[in-house]
Design a protein around this ligand. Sequence first.
Ligand code: 6CS
Ligand code: FE
Length: 296
Amino acid sequence: ESGAYPLGEPDAYPSRVEHQPQILERVDPVVYNRSIQQDVIDEAQLHSYEQDGYLFMEQFFSEEEVAELRAELKHIWEVSATEGRPEVIREPDSEEVRSVFAVHRDSEVFKKLSMHERLTAIVRQILGSEVYVHQSRINFKPGFTGKEFYWHSDFETWHVEDGMPRMRALSCSIALEDNYFFNGPLMVIPGSHRHFIACVGRTPDQHYKESLRKQQYGVPDHASMSWLVEKYGIAAPTGKAGSILLFDCNLMHGSSSNISPLPRSNVFMVYNSIDNKLVEPFSGQRPRPGYIAARE
Ligand code: 6CS
Ligand code: FE
């Protein structure tokens, strides 16, 4: 259902339709509820999230919590190696497991994690409503062989391919290994969430089967990337396992391959506002399956 976003309204964030890339201004808020009535996030943190488009919180999870999550991660890594389920995504040039989707649905441990009280309270504060899990995934980046994720805005894909109407969603990346500058941590462009980089190229059918291994459409052009980086620079928040990175759905981000011996595995939970439920994909194509984009 289209709810608050009636048909016939022009698309505020058209992408993969023009022949030239374009930089559009964000028309949506970043923080949807500024009045603080809890103690899980303070004014300074909320402000920093709004300005930069992300918030890094060290030691958000205790060592015991991390140990439980990591044991489950290891279990999923082992069983996924031989599984043919579509939720299991492999590296572009090998059969090594790259990502496993819908872990909040298929694993009790990650289901519990997705409903974590202190975490979801922060998310509800930022998005100003009740929320639900739009997507979850583990990204495995083993030492030596873990491959990169090229620069992208998640919202660009979720809007075009999944029909997410507005920028009212965020990701929480939970570090399950220590993150260093050298083991392929997430890199972000602080402030980039205020600009929408409209990409070129029409999305092929069933694009997700390729894009989750290596993305080739919905990729920002070099000139726009250079403009963003010149304006804002690049940050790579790193910390111990148990730290979390909350980031806006339109924040430009990516990560390099991991040629270090030390693994880097993160679990991502994407929360969307219940007032921002998915409509038909803006590409006009068929929606992606539910394990990538929940439609209830
Ligand atoms: O296509 C997607 O939905 C996913 N792709 C990337 C590269 N990041 C966000 C999202 O998990
Ligand atoms: Fe992403």
